[in-house]
Design a protein around this ligand. Structure first.
Ligand code: DGL
Length: 310
């Protein structure tokens, strides 16, 4: 395994670590790469322990801490918890556990994007669909009300969606449409101005969701805002990787945007269970083909944490 043998030369060359319970966080990777194609990204999908959305804050916090401990040898310059559930349940506690790491989540950027999308004169009614744990945490309600105290936030747990997506069902699948119609109906009854896709899996259903909610509802996901925030955070600290540097410089014609570079030159993926679905799902979430992931079992994560504690 390459972990640890790949310690970066300078702080700017250090990777951004992105983690999620599964592969949905690759929607955030896509947004990060679109804004910072020169950055190296290490992605960790805890596929063996998905879903996080039905688990308790203590369990999710424990899982996220194990993953970050495991990835610490990369000396990441930033860590993105690209999972709404983990952001809602574990972000504050994980920041306390790793005070020297810069760590952000996806709930606050999603809430901000939703409030920013409200048009003048519009009723500030915002719908949020998310996992059961995210809804129970009220993290979106609190984050939105913090930014817009007059907002009315309607949340709805939509637990089936993660499974439907992980199963590889496509937008034209009648079950996907039925699921969304059932889940969205009570929100649409309240005539929202915006709908937040409060789970990193959901953006791949965006075209169908947009069709079902209609043009008058702004459909928001946190990936774009989260990626923009990370870019600004790194730029402010002088930590962006030199845009002129590109591992593929020797083989690509000058001026060609490195965003076209094969994913293996900038993205390294880790999963806790190597499902045969990885290739299909990863390319669906990311829009490009991804090299096979490294597999790290949950036992390895646990053993690593125990060894560090001794
Ligand atoms: N990707 C997770 C999120 O954004 C949902 C999947 C899960 O339940 O683990 O909340």
């Amino acid at each position: 395994m390459k972990l640890g043998s790949d310690v970066p030369m300078t702080r700017n060359d250090a990777p951004i670590v992105v983690l999620d319970s599964g592969l949905g966080g690759l929607t955030v990777v896509q947004a990060l790469h679109a804004r910072m194609p020169q950055e190296r990204i290490v992605y960790f999908g805890d596929t063996a322990r998905l879903p996080y959305g039905s688990k308790t804050p203590a369990t999710v916090t424990h899982f996220v801490e194990q993953i970050i401990h495991y990835l610490e040898p990369f000396q990441p310059k930033h860590v993105v918890i690209a999972c709404n559930t983990a952001s809602a349940l574990a972000l504050e506690s994980v920041r306390e556990t790793f005070p020297d790491l810069s760590i952000t989540g996806v709930v606050e950027p999603g809430a901000r994007a939703a409030v920013d999308a409200l048009r003048p004169g519009e009723e500030p009614v915002i719908g949020v669909i998310a996992t059961e744990a995210t809804v129970r945490s009220r993290a979106y309600v609190l984050a939105i009300e913090d930014l817009c105290p007059s907002a009315r936030v309607i949340t709805r747990a939509t637990p089936l969606l993660v499974h439907v997506i992980e199963e590889g069902r496509e937008l034209d699948d009648p079950l996907v449409r039925l699921c969304l119609q059932q889940y969205l109906a009570p929100i649409l009854d309240r005539r929202p101005s915006a709908l937040v896709l409060g789970c990193t899996h959901y953006p791949i259903l965006r075209p169908l969701i947009c069709e079902l909610v209609g043009k008058q509802v702004s459909v928001i996901d946190s990936a774009a805002q989260c990626a923009q925030d990370v870019r600004e955070h790194l730029a402010e600290r002088g930590l962006l990787r030199d845009a002129g540097y590109d591992m593929l410089e020797s083989i690509r014609p000058a001026g060609l945007p490195p965003i076209d570079a094969p994913a293996e030159s900038w993205l390294q993926c880790y999963v806790t269970d190597d499902s045969p679905r990885f290739a299909m799902l990863a390319s669906r979430f990311l829009g490009i083909t991804v090299a096979p992931p490294e597999v790290v079992s949950p036992d390895e994560l646990f053993a690593n944490l125990t060894a560090q504690a001794l």
